[in-house]
Write a protein that binds this ligand. Structure first.
Ligand code: PHE
Length: 335
């Protein structure tokens, strides 16, 4: 009888594949109305001599059933946990969703670098209008109406007195009028000239620089510009100053640096000269200082100007200026 119970129990146990069924088996065998309880209730009806043995057997099987139930319970709990973990599994090795990033325009990048270098040398940053008065763009800079220097600049006129600024030099004038010396700032911004080919676009960018104080010398100018070129292009780049002419500076110079493409040996970019012109500069003409009401006996200074596109083209070895403005994503992605 007891053996039969054991056999049936194991059959039931094997067929229990979840905790709910296992619990039903527990009730079936050990519950108040369970199989074993029923057996125990039968004990008094047995002959007294058999009772101890049968009682013992029933107790043994009860212990066995309890043990088997609890080990099966542990097994089923573990299996359920595994099943749950498996269903909640996230594959973190899957590639993420691709979001294309924009990048900084190469001109903005170079401009930021230029500005940063001059800020480190103590210059502040000044801005001015792109639609400018003839007075600030020419007149105040010692370029009167019939001056031949106006021809160099291919000006876009809006009216007789209003134009698109052809250089950032008018910001010199506006900046000086606003201040009293000492003055030290750079003026980055867009400028416009009616010109278009492989090395000219109708709009391009310049950075102008100005420093006015007592006893400013040409060697101060050289020091600032050589430092700038070395920080921008490398410490070993040779630099030379060539005499030149600008109406608003006297003396004036153009500044060349050794061609970084051919290391001064001569190539297509430097037209076989080994040198690249990158800056215009000079000591501010006293007439310009007078125009803004500065005491020319006490103050003097230097100014310089450079084209941002030109610097970017040299830095990134780009041979057509128009690439900067075509917004071809394949070009822009490279920076
Ligand atoms: N404004 C000049 C130009 O556009 C550059 C320059 C600036 C030269 C300051 C000398 C001093 O060509």
């Amino acid at each position: 009888m007891v053996e039969e119970i054991k056999e049936r129990f194991f059959e039931d146990l094997n067929s229990a594949e979840d905790l709910q069924k296992l619990n039903a088996i527990r009730v079936k065998y050990l519950g108040k109305k369970g199989v074993l309880t029923a057996q125990l209730k039968l004990l008094p009806s047995l002959p007294p001599s058999e009772r101890p043995l049968v009682g013992k057997l029933i107790n043994e099987i009860k212990v066995l059933i309890e043990k088997e139930l609890s080990s099966k319970e542990a097994f089923l709990k573990e299996a359920e946990l595994k099943k749950q973990l498996l269903s909640e599994y996230i594959d973190i090795t899957l590639p993420g969703k691709y979001t294309p990033f924009g990048s900084e325009h190469p001109l903005n990048k170079v401009l930021a670098e230029i500005i940063d270098i001059f800020i480190r040398m103590g210059f502040s940053v000044e801005e001015g209008p792109e639609v400018e008065l003839d007075y600030y763009n020419f007149e105040a800079l010692n370029i009167p109406k019939e001056h031949p220097a106006r021809d160099m600049q291919d000006t876009f006129y809006i009216s007789d007195e209003i134009l698109l600024r052809t250089h950032t030099s008018p910001v010199q004038i506006r900046g000086m009028i606003k201040r009293t010396p000492p003055v030290r700032f750079i003026a980055p911004g867009k400028v416009y000239r009616c010109d278009a080919d492989i090395s000219h676009t109708p709009m391009f960018h310049q950075v102008e620089g100005l420093m006015i104080d007592e006893n400013v010398t040409f060697s101060n100018l050289k020091g600032v510009l050589v430092t700038f070129i070395h920080l921008m292009f490398g410490q070993d780049v040779p630099v030379r100053f060539r005499p030149s002419f600008f109406p608003f500076t006297e003396p004036s110079a153009e500044v060349d640096m050794g061609c970084i493409l051919c290391r001064c040996h001569g190539c297509r970019v430097c037209k076989n000269s080994g040198w690249l012109e990158i800056l215009g500069a000079g000591m501010v003409h006293p007439v310009v200082l007078e125009n803004v009401g500065y005491d020319t006996e006490r103050y003097n200074g230097f100014a310089f100007g450079m084209g941002v596109e030109r610097i970017a083209m040299l830095k990134y070895q780009i041979d057509d200026i128009r690439l900067f403005f075509e917004n071809d994503i394949r070009f822009l992605r490279q920076f």
